[in-house]
Ligand binder design. Structure first.
Ligand code: CP
Ligand code: NVA
Length: 309
């Protein structure tokens, strides 16, 4: 049994195995309807429990479909309906109950500590569906999408992030170390990645390139990514932050600095960090990106159950 919490704690070869499995599975069900179960039915009889302490559209739906395609069952519970928290039940007791009824626990939360506490108390795998420090399912799936579209290993591409230093960027940085690709980041000086993230990169003998000038960051990019300037867990002065990022919008003018065949990805939901003509235009692959989450998350679950082929 394995957990899937943070990409930096998973080996590059395991991450590559997940991507390979996802590619094979996606190919094998090309003509299947959405809810048709994969031939090998690998999660037959298993119950996957999802819990969201904050909003989600894509993660919730894509995991629902992923579990169904693997032949399992899934139930989604809301944090405020549990005894945990307000009802006074301890996390350890809740974890024991989840492990008694369920076969895996998927959690979106505002607390990295809570994920870690569950990890210590569960006897079933836990998957991080987004925490303040990372969004591993999203970013591993994005690597899959990049390689699918570019038909090249990500190590041969220039990846560029324009925007806030948040959970999604932390996971992207982790993959840049694991898969050894060139990562340029364009953001205002006060919003650079946190020190502990940068020192982890250094400890792993890798480098990421950070620019104040977004044009320099975008130069020669094969892929541009961004995310909302104000994240769900941000307790900042929103107006000020949005103003600070006003010169960092991905629009047709900035896109000119990327390679001609560059693509644009965004995890959604979106804000002003991208113009409509980019988000809805010819460079954008955001819908394919969202759909691929189903395929990659299936293989993430199989990794947790030791069932990767
Ligand atoms: N990209 C993403 O995780 O979307 P949701 O917040 O809708 O799940
Ligand atoms: N950085 C965003 C990602 C949403 C999918 C957030 O944490 O709200």
């Amino acid at each position: 049994m394995k957990h899937f919490i943070n990409l930096k704690d998973i080996s590059a070869s395991d991450l590559r195995k997940i991507l390979k499995d996802a590619k094979k599975r996606k190919k094998n069900r090309k003509k299947f309807n959405t809810m048709k179960v994969d031939k090998d039915n690998p999660l037959n009889g298993k119950l996957i429990i999802q819990m969201f302490e904050k909003a989600s559209s894509r993660t919730r739906l894509s995991f629902y479909i992923a579990v169904k395609q693997l032949g399992g069952e899934t139930i989604t519970i809301k944090a405020n309906e549990l005894h945990l928290g307000k009802g006074g039940e301890s996390l350890a007791d809740t974890a024991k109950i989840l492990s008694t009824y369920g076969d895996a626990f998927l959690l979106r939360t505002d607390s990295d500590k809570k994920i870690d506490d569950f990890r210590k108390n569960l006897t079933i795998p836990i998957v991080n569906l987004l925490s303040p420090s990372s969004h591993p399912c999203q970013v591993l799936s994005d690597i899959f999408t990049i390689e699918e579209i570019k038909k090249k290993p990500v190590s041969k591409l220039n990846i560029c992030w324009i925007g806030d230093s948040n959970n999604v960027l932390n996971s992207l940085i982790a993959t840049s170390v694991k898969f050894r690709f060139n990562l340029n980041i364009g953001c205002p000086r006060n919003y650079r990645p946190q020190k502990f993230v940068l020192s982890w990169v250094k400890k792993n003998k890798r480098k990421i390139n950070i620019f104040d000038d977004p044009k320099k960051a975008v130069k020669n990019a094969d892929v541009l990514l961004s995310d909302k300037v104000v994240s769900l867990n941000d307790k900042v002065n929103k107006k000020k932050k949005i103003k600070d990022f006003k010169n960092y919008q991905i629009n047709l003018n900035l896109m000119k600095y990327a390679k001609k065949d560059a693509i644009f990805l965004h995890c959604l939901p979106r804000g002003n960090e991208v113009s409509d003509d980019i988000f809805l235009g010819k460079y954008s692959r955001v819908w394919q990106q969202a759909l691929n989450r189903v395929d990659v998350q299936k293989s993430i679950l199989l990794y947790c159950f030791g069932k990767l082929r």
